[in-house]
Design a protein around this ligand. Structure first.
Ligand SMILES: [Zn+2]
Length: 193
């Protein structure tokens, strides 16, 4: 996951905020962390979440998920179940990523739209936007500011505690903190997301 340029994340952040507002109005979300991303997907947007074997176009790319906007299904890659099990928060982040495509890139009611499997580290613009959307959805700025108030985010125990609070991976949490202008631990541990 590359650092997300601010220019990309502004409009994307607005879209994530609108979805969260909708969840709040529908009493699906109480305004606290963690964000109930599965409930937002299924109950608010009416998308099913299913496991299925997904294969990418290029060999060697790790595919995590895909979205079929027409059939209203978010797919998680069954072939990567071990990776999902090993990486806390990866499943939630992948669902958020696919919601990003659904909210930002899908054309409602258009049949036959190509379903593109989403791989790790894809730097195509729509992939970067979907990553940013997921980060903004799962780690809303206001809540991050609330939970980091008066604490030193350059310490790993603090990042791990925030990771627990938001239900994301340490990598996702670290990128989000950086993009919001916080200090993060020097040695950047990386996991899938
Ligand atoms: Zn994607």
């Amino acid at each position: 996951m590359p650092p997300i340029p601010q220019a990309v994340s502004v409009g994307v952040g607005d879209a994530a905020s609108r979805l969260l507002e909708g969840a709040r109005r529908a009493s699906i979300w109480n305004g606290e962390a963690p964000i109930p991303v599965e409930l937002i997907t299924e109950s608010l947007l009416g998308l099913a979440i299913e496991w299925a074997p997904l294969v990418g176009r290029e060999a060697g790319t790790i595919i995590l998920g895909a979205v079929d906007a027409e059939a209203r299904v978010v797919y998680l890659n069954e072939n990567e179940r071990l990776l999902f099990q090993r990486t806390i928060g990866l499943e939630r982040f992948t669902i958020g990523h696919e919601l990003g495509h659904f909210e930002l890139h899908a054309t409602p009611g258009r049949a036959g739209e190509e379903i593109t499997p989403c791989g790790i580290g894809d730097v195509a613009r729509r992939e970067v936007e979907a990553e940013a959307f997921s980060a903004c959805l799962l780690m809303p700025e206001e809540l991050v500011r609330q939970h980091t108030h008066g604490t030193n985010t350059a310490l790993w125990p603090r990042v791990y505690s925030l990771r627990e609070t938001f239900g994301v991976s340490a990598t996702a949490m670290t990128y989000r903190l950086r993009n919001l202008g916080y200090r993060t631990p020097e040695r950047f541990r990386t996991d899938a997301r």
